[in-house]
Design a protein. Structure first.
Length: 92
């Protein structure tokens, strides 16, 4: 079963290669979707794939790359369907 989740990551997550790291993690897990910075300083992720793979990405996001300091991870169901592949979108 495919799941689509929107993930908001807060903390020191911009300017620390969080988006590039997320693209690498998602590709390794075979997920579709995107990642982008938000003007409020958070990172937003839309991830779609098998339940186990989406859960693994969310768990990895709780730590992030070594230079990040994750303070909060919010996960919600997403109505949006993820496009094929996994890529960075412009800041919103």
């Amino acid at each position: 079963m495919l799941l689509t989740r929107r993930v908001i990551v807060r903390g020191r997550v911009q300017g620390v290669w969080y988006r590039g790291w997320t693209v690498d993690q998602a590709a390794e897990l075979g997920l579709s979707g995107w990642v982008r910075n938000r003007r409020d300083g958070s990172v937003e992720i839309l991830a779609e794939g098998p339940e186990e793979a989406v859960a693994a990405l969310v768990e990895r996001c709780r730590s992030g790359p070594s230079s990040a300091r994750v303070e909060q991870v919010e996960v919600e169901e997403a109505e949006e369907t993820a496009p094929p592949g996994f890529f960075q979108k412009p800041t919103l």
